[in-house]
Design a protein around this ligand. Structure first.
Ligand code: SF4
Length: 196
């Protein structure tokens, strides 16, 4: 068994915040040693929790369409690893899902990334991923951080969350779809398809 397989097995058995989760611990992630791109999102929604498949919802459809990748490639761990900031469904608040559990990222992110030797790019999808990985180097808000995405390359690419709840944000910030999405697609394709 590889180190990455050992870490994955430990993470699947994690119960650190089990008592605070409405349906108990059910970590949803995917990791492969050959992955070139890591997608760091927020936390599973209820559909992802129920199916155990990351990004198995409208947000996932939108993210795949931004990148211009098929479902088959998206779930190929030789291309993508998928590690949300919180691995388990955190439950609901009055205005949507609760934030990812704080305990999760410090426990697991570094353990995984230190065993993903082929990573060329980390997509930071949403404010929680950006806050954790950019460590104070983000701008005053997500809009400014995404607008200045070139500053974080080649290691990180900050993105808004592709949830339908953010379609209003997309409408207010048309530069995202006209400038950032085409560049994201080009970057992703150059990394995952260059030797295909
Ligand atoms: S959210 Fe993370 S730290 Fe909490 S139980 Fe799930 S895997 Fe463990």
């Amino acid at each position: 068994m590889t180190e990455l397989e050992k870490i994955s097995r430990e993470a699947r058995a994690c119960k650190i915040c089990d008592a605070c989760l409405p349906f108990g611990a059910n970590p949803v992630f995917r990791a492969g040693e050959q992955s070139k791109i890591l997608i760091v999102g927020q936390a599973p929604g209820i559909k992802v929790h129920n199916t155990g498949i990351p990004w198995n919802d409208k947000s996932g459809q939108e993210l795949r369409s931004w990148m211009g990748v098929s479902k088959e490639d998206f779930y190929n761990t030789e291309l993508f690893s998928i590690l949300p900031i919180g691995f388990c469904y955190p439950g609901k608040s009055k205005s949507g899902d609760l934030p990812p559990r704080r305990e999760c990222a410090p426990e697991w992110q570094n353990k995984f990334t230190s065993h993903l030797p082929n990573l060329k790019l980390i997509l930071l999808v949403g404010q929680y991923a950006q806050r954790y990985y950019l460590k104070g180097k983000g701008y005053i808000n997500l809009t400014h951080t995404v607008r200045n995405h070139l500053e974080y390359l080649p290691d990180f690419f900050p993105l808004p969350h592709p949830s339908p709840r953010n379609f209003i944000w997309m409408g207010k910030n048309p530069w995202f779809k006209t400038e950032v999405v085409p560049y994201l697609r080009e970057r992703v394709h150059s990394l995952i398809y260059e030797k295909k």
